[in-house]
Write a protein that binds this ligand. Structure first.
Ligand code: SF4
Length: 468
């Protein structure tokens, strides 16, 4: 792009989706090792914004030690005669897309969760100051969103200043989310879709409805509407809701059609309010993952900033890997924290009556939206660190999932005599998965929605195998 002649590296859509590994990074900004980081857009009166001004508070990139992580705040202040506060969320989310256009620069996540890396090669080419990063943002904001007449950008890396501004940023996000609550999916005839994350997950489309916030937690239905209006050719677009096919699961004909088209046929059906069969896809930016725990027939939820291992022994990163990539994985569901405040939150699966474990910090954040009769029955890392402890906790508190165990035991007992007679030659289910890749003879065979049964299952250790 010729408008970036004064930037020492290339800038363009081809760099979207570029990953920078730890060994290749010059510096990290924000990320999981630091608590306080944020990016925030504010709409200001015309006279309070100096167009093109770029400010750096704290050390610049060239003053940072190679291989280290630094706190960061990115503040985008914009003004325009028709620019409204309601567009702040839209402007803010563009930071993700625009920064990823820069060669050797990676931006992940959103809001208070941002994770940025600058690659060594880009640094060696001369990308050694936030001034360049600010210039790219400035030029893209002005050329892509003409509604913005003036914009100034501030990078804050001084740890004390980031810490000071962080609570204000959190408050702004909460106020924005609160405004978007109340409207119901049934009350609108348009939903919104976002494909900003297709650079990382090509078969992912976020379907944003009034009651299902985007996975990243950065785009509400109102933001979607505003974004599609001011930038109709941008990554956010309207979806005609179409016919309601299944109210409980949240299936709409218009959603199916749009998702099929936007994923080139990879995803044909989406059920918005469930984590099973045809769940909403997950890119990689989700704030949290709901994961099914078959032993207790309930869901655990873990958010990105949870540092320990969850109740099933896996950390967020492993669960996120099982969920991400634009796939529909049975029992794994990437989502926003705000979705947990919605009445449609996993509604087809039992909603909060099905949630059995979540980090204490998340529980505190969404407590007011958990039905009173179940809130004390959901364990946190303080109540249960493994499945056995979780089972005992749920039983002791009489969590609603316990009734499912009892119902199942009764059904199994009833069915037992029939099973006993059919035991000889009976088929045992050995695997079931939404997508099951098998490598054979140089080919990769992908089974969709597979359930595999076998007459006999032989489990042999690799050591035994070698001996024989
Ligand atoms: S998570 Fe969804 S809504 Fe958020 S930027 Fe990615 S595709 Fe768009």
């Amino acid at each position: 792009m010729s408008m970036f002649e004064d930037i020492p590296v290339d800038v363009g859509v081809i760099y979207e989706g570029e990953r920078i590994r730890r060994k290749d990074m010059q510096v990290e900004l924000g990320g999981p090792s630091l608590k306080e980081k944020f990016e925030l857009a504010k709409v200001k009166p015309m006279n309070e914004v100096e167009d093109g001004k770029i400010t750096i508070i704290g050390p610049d990139i060239k003053d940072m030690e190679e291989g280290k992580a630094y706190p960061v705040g990115i503040l985008v202040e914009a003004a325009g005669s028709t620019l409204e506060e309601a567009l702040e969320g839209v402007i803010e989310r563009r930071v993700h897309g625009y920064l990823n256009f820069i060669e050797g620069f990676m931006h992940l996540n959103q809001r208070y969760d941002i994770w940025i890396r600058l690659g060594k090669k880009a640094f060696q080419k001369g990308l050694n100051s936030f001034t360049y990063i600010g210039k790219v943002l400035y030029k893209l904001f002005k050329s892509e969103l003409p509604i913005i007449e003036k914009v100034q950008i501030t990078f804050i890396t001084d740890p004390a200043k980031v810490k000071e501004l962080y609570p204000d940023a959190l408050q702004t996000y909460e106020a924005r989310d609160a405004k978007a609550r109340g409207l119901k999916d049934e009350e609108v005839d348009k939903f919104y879709g976002c494909v900003l994350c297709q650079s990382f997950a090509p078969s992912h489309v976020c379907v944003i409805t009034p009651q299902r916030y985007s996975n990243c937690g950065a785009i509400s239905w109102f933001d979607g509407r505003a974004s599609a209006q001011i930038d109709p050719k941008g990554p956010v677009f309207a979806i005609e809701r179409g016919e309601l096919i299944n109210a409980e699961k949240g299936e709409y004909s218009g959603v199916n059609e749009t998702v099929k088209k936007r994923t080139l046929g990879d995803v044909e059906q989406v059920w918005l309010y469930t984590a099973f069969d045809h769940p909403h896809t997950s890119c990689g930016c989700f704030e949290a993952v709901a994961f099914y725990i078959p032993e207790v027939e309930g869901f655990g939820v873990v958010n990105r900033s949870f540092k320990g291992v969850t109740v099933n022994g896996l950390p967020f990163s492993t669960l996120a890997d099982s969920t991400a990539g634009g796939r529909q994985v049975d029992g794994f569901h990437g989502m926003s924290i705000e979705y947990m405040r919605s009445q449609k939150f996993l509604a087809a699966d039992g909603g909060w009556n099905r949630v059995v474990w979540l980090p204490k910090e998340v529980k505190e954040r969404v407590k007011d939206f958990i039905p009173k009769e179940v809130v004390d029955k959901i364990a946190t890392e303080e109540d249960a660190q493994n499945i056995d402890a979780l089972k005992a906790f749920l039983k002791e508190r009489n969590h609603p999932v316990v009734a499912r165990w009892e119902a199942e035991t009764a059904a199994v007992e009833e069915a037992a005599p029939a099973e006993a007679t059919a035991e000889e030659g009976a088929m045992i289910p050995v695997a079931s998965a939404a997508t099951l890749p098998i490598m054979a003879g140089g080919f990769k065979i992908i089974l969709k929605d597979a359930k595999i049964y076998a007459k006999k299952v032989i489990i042999r250790s690799m050591k035994d195998e070698k001996k024989t």
